[in-house]
Design a binder for this molecule. Structure first.
Ligand code: PMV
Length: 328
């Protein structure tokens, strides 16, 4: 058995606009997916998943996701989870030149699914890393990130940026602009995450922004304005200027809301954080529901979010300096 873990992430700046070539700055957080992989004697794939916001399921199949696991959870969630593992293993078979390799895969994750914290990227990065190492191949982190990106790109039908997968593989704060991905120096940031218990439909939200952008010049300008906010945010990050970072996060949230990707519960969490004294707060990821990230060195924001009826969970998110971890 070979095991790897990989972190989830928040977007400090730039989600959605990154799809149109603007820069984005995601930041890895200490919430991880852990994947254990054992080679089988045959070419089948058996996947056991825990904590993927569902009760846990096991499924064994010999190729595509034909067999449905017998559990009472939404088909789309299972299809999503299985689709990512399936495609990740296809990448592993290709890069190791072992087209008939079969595996038992065990997934544990403490990152809520589809909530803007990069759960799928973390599972994919950890799965590819563990499975390639199980076959005796250790990929450099950049190549691991690239294979994980190809996986997401295939599963999400072309609607994926390199941001999540690069960040999860490398750790820390990173900057992604098109195919250009690089690590950024980052101070320790006092991040607090609020989670409304829900999830957004990334594909539909990305499509919504795309059509607004095509219909209205001012929507296209809004996407470009997010790019400007990100560039300012990079300077604030380099200077360790928390007040400026917070102001820019507030601005970024307003622009995302204008593009229609916020929600009542996300807005309520953002306002609760601001009123509790956070330096700034914004939604993270695709939006529609899921998580917000706020900057607050005190305990006030976390406490305020915990008491907010629409917030299911609130926690302090430490920066994950290390991306993929090779456990054994
Ligand atoms: O919700 P997440 O963590 O999958 O992030 C989606 C971010 C988008 O910019 C909306 C899409 C992308 O692939 O970059």
């Amino acid at each position: 058995m070979t095991r790897s873990s990989a972190p989830g992430k928040v977007y400090l700046f730039g989600e959605h606009a990154v799809v149109y070539g603007e820069p984005a700055v995601p930041c890895a957080i200490e919430r991880r997916a852990r994947v254990g992989v054992e080679r089988r004697d045959d070419d089948k794939l058996r996947v056991h998943a825990e904590d993927l916001s569902l009760d846990g399921f096991t499924v064994e199949y010999g190729g595509r996701t034909d067999d449905r696991p017998d559990v009472d959870v939404s088909e789309s969630l299972i299809e999503a989870a299985m689709g990512y593992v399936d495609e990740a293993i296809a990448q592993v078979r290709e890069v190791t030149d072992e087209p008939a390799a079969g595996f038992d895969v065990t997934i544990e994750s403490d990152i809520p699914l589809g909530a803007g914290l990069g759960s799928s990227a973390a599972v994919v990065v950890a799965a590819i890393d563990a499975a390639t190492r199980e076959l005796g191949v250790t990929l450099p982190r950049e190549e691991l990130a690239d294979r994980a990106y190809r996986t997401e790109h295939a599963v999400q039908e072309g609607q994926a940026s390199r941001a999540d997968t690069f960040c999860s593989a490398m750790g820390g704060a990173v900057r992604v602009e098109g195919d250009d991905c690089r690590p950024l120096a980052s101070p320790e940031l006092p991040m607090v995450v609020g989670f409304d218990g829900g999830a957004g439909d990334t594909g539909a939200l990305v499509a919504g922004v795309r059509s607004l952008r095509e219909e209205y010049d001012f929507a296209a300008d809004t996407v470009e304005a997010i790019g400007d906010v990100v560039r300012n945010g990079e300077d604030a990050l380099a200077a360790g200027d928390l007040d400026e970072l917070g102001r820019l996060m507030d601005f970024n949230h307003g622009l995302l809301a204008a593009l229609g990707v916020s929600s009542r519960s996300l807005d309520e969490m953002v306002w609760a954080a601001r009123e509790a004294g956070a330096r700034g707060a914004k939604l993270t990821g695709a939006g529609g529901g899921g998580c917000v990230v706020a900057l607050d060195p005190t305990a006030e924001t976390e406490t305020a979010l915990r008491y907010l009826p629409g917030c299911e969970d609130a926690f302090r998110a430490e920066l994950a300096d290390e991306g993929v971890k090779r456990l054994e």
